[in-house]
Design a binder for this molecule. Structure first.
Ligand code: SAM
Ligand code: SF4
Length: 507
């Protein structure tokens, strides 16, 4: 079955595993879209086949000279879209230094694992994975990158002594120097500073997704939500200069990308550090002006910093996609206060009203945490009623997971896992009914679809709508990958839309 908006992996499974949110590239349908196809060459300009390296990257890598067979790396990524994109930049950086990326750990001299620690299960996975790597490559350099590296620090060497590199995301710029230290025989190298005001920008990024290019515009987070490790693992908020962002968008357009997604843990808290002092909405509008760009997405928006100017920009500029991921976390003001989310239920609903007042319908998706310490049945009932009131197009539900270095660790009144599971299941059921009805209401509508997948079934294709729904459709055309077409919705389910190709959309 094809998926349009997801109810959320964790809530669908109800198992408290690793849920995906708007920042997660592996989630189907939502903001990442799960379209990690690397095979197609739709525009003739991008070629990810085989080598998984676009031509310009390969050329740049070559200019640094070919490496010996020792300079090979295997890179595995776990976690959110920011992690996926960090890995794209890490790979680009290493390629530019002459390293060569390989497809299996066995073929590599160096195994790098980019990790996530947002919930406990995600962090637990890291050590079992590291054990597997040891079995598969005793003589290799093994490095841990990302949030678990930052969170566990040197302790990783104690728990997994075969690891020789531990590097948090704020230190990626220094990776080549750290790798040189390892090559020189140093057995343990760390990069764990996160009190930086630098962003991680590279000359070269190796992009995995041939249809949608991700760009980080703001790194870190200053919001300090009581449950969240991100401020600890990714450091303080650092915005990237607007000119640097626009330069990269122009390069992407030249490479053949027509869709870009601006990333940040709180993307709309963007503050241009340069003399231009562009606001986030100004930046959105300028990105949309870049020749060749047809769709601009952004995620994740923090409700506190969400203003009318963003909706006005979407109203003005059709290239700004009609989807906003606006995590609410809870429908209870009491719980929101305990979470330190900096808004009340009413204030959140006011932001939603701004979005609902837009000239065209804008899809809204959200994240919800159930079982935060002290969440009563009454509080949870307010979260359920929030779903009724908000009528979300997608919800990612998570069981609260206590994390190291977070303020909520000190809170009493933990909610039993069984109760968290029941609450998650109730969220899932309510959202299933809401989504089924919302998808049903789309029958007969004609939607613009960016085609990113050809089914093995004859004449069947799929792609994303501007609202980030995935739709599968039939067409008699022979080649549609990478094109924009109009599709009429003929069928719908809870998580799926089906349609038929009506006509091409002018560029
Ligand atoms: N920066 C985004 C925001 O503020 O909404 C998302 C950050 S996080 C990568 C994605 C989601 O994970 C959050 O929105 C939240 O719902 C969930 N999350 C974060 N910490 C959690 C925790 N300790 N337990 C359960 N879920 C958590
Ligand atoms: Fe975490 Fe809150 Fe920052 Fe999002 S806004 S990354 S949930 S601290």
């Amino acid at each position: 079955m094809n998926k349009a908006f997801d109810i959320g992996v964790e809530s669908l499974g109800g198992n408290g595993g690793t849920g995906n949110s708007g920042l997660d590239a592996n989630s189907s349908g939502l903001s990442g879209g799960g379209i990690h196809s690397r095979k197609f060459n739709a525009t003739g300009k991008l070629d990810f086949t085989g080598g998984v390296v676009p031509a310009d990257v390969a050329a740049a890598a070559k200019s640094f000279g070919d490496t010996e067979s020792g300079g090979t790396f295997f890179l595995e990524t776990f976690g959110c879209q920011m992690n996926d994109h960090d890995s794209e930049k890490v790979a680009g950086l290493l390629l530019s230094r002459g390293y060569r990326q390989v497809e299996t750990p066995e073929a590599a001299r160096m195994i790098l694992y980019n990790t996530c620690s947002i919930r406990e299960k995600a962090a637990q996975k890291v050590f079992s994975r590291l054990g597997e790597y040891r079995e598969r490559g005793a003589d290799k350099i093994i490095g841990v990158l990302g949030c678990v590296a930052q969170q566990e620090g040197q302790d990783i060497f104690r728990r997994a002594p075969w690891v020789s590199l531990v590097c948090g995301s704020a230190s990626y710029r220094k990776l080549p120097e750290m790798l040189a230290e390892l090559e020189a025989g140093n057995k343990r190298v760390t990069g764990l500073d996160n009190d930086t005001d630098e962003t991680f920008e590279t000359e070269i990024t190796r992009r995995d997704n041939p249809w949608r290019a991700y760009l980080t515009i703001i790194e870190g987070c200053d919001k300090a939500c009581a449950y969240c490790v991100v401020p600890h693992t990714r450091g303080p908020e650092r915005s990237r200069g607007s000119e640097s962002v626009l330069r990269e968008v122009r390069q992407l357009a030249e490479l053949g990308y027509s869709e870009v997604q601006l990333l940040g843990q709180t993307v709309n808290s963007y503050v241009d550090p340069t003399a231009r002092h562009m606001t986030f909405s100004d930046l959105l509008l300028e990105v949309a002006q870049v020749a060749g760009i047809r769709r601009v997405r952004f995620t994740t928006s923090h409700p506190r910093d969400f203003g009318a100017d963003i909706v006005e920009a979407i109203d003005r500029e059709p290239k700004l996609c009609d989807h906003i991921h606006l995590p609410v976390q809870s429908g209870s003001t009491k719980v929101l206060r305990a979470m330190a989310r900096t808004y009340t239920r009413e204030e959140y609903l006011e932001k939603m009203a701004l979005i609902r007042g837009a000239k065209r319908p804008i899809s809204i998706t959200t994240d919800i945490i159930v079982g935060f310490p002290g969440e009563t049945d009454e509080d949870f009932a307010e979260t359920l009623s929030m779903l009724d009131e908000a009528q979300y197009d997608g919800v990612f539900g998570f069981k609260y997971s206590p994390r190291p270095n977070t303020p909520s660790l000190a809170l009493n009144d933990p909610i039993p896992d069984e109760v968290k599971g029941q609450r998650l299941a109730m969220i899932q059921e309510k959202q299933r009914v809401i989504q089924t009805a919302r998808n049903l209401a789309m029958l007969g509508q004609e939607l613009d679809v960016f085609v990113s997948n050809k089914s093995r079934r004859e004449n069947q294709w799929s792609g994303h709508t501007s609202s980030n729904r995935v739709i599968s459709f039939s067409s008699q055309e022979r080649e549609l990958l990478g094109s924009y077409v109009r599709v009429k919705v003929t069928d719908s389910g809870t998580g799926s839309l089906t349609g038929v190709h009506v006509l091409e959309v002018e560029g």
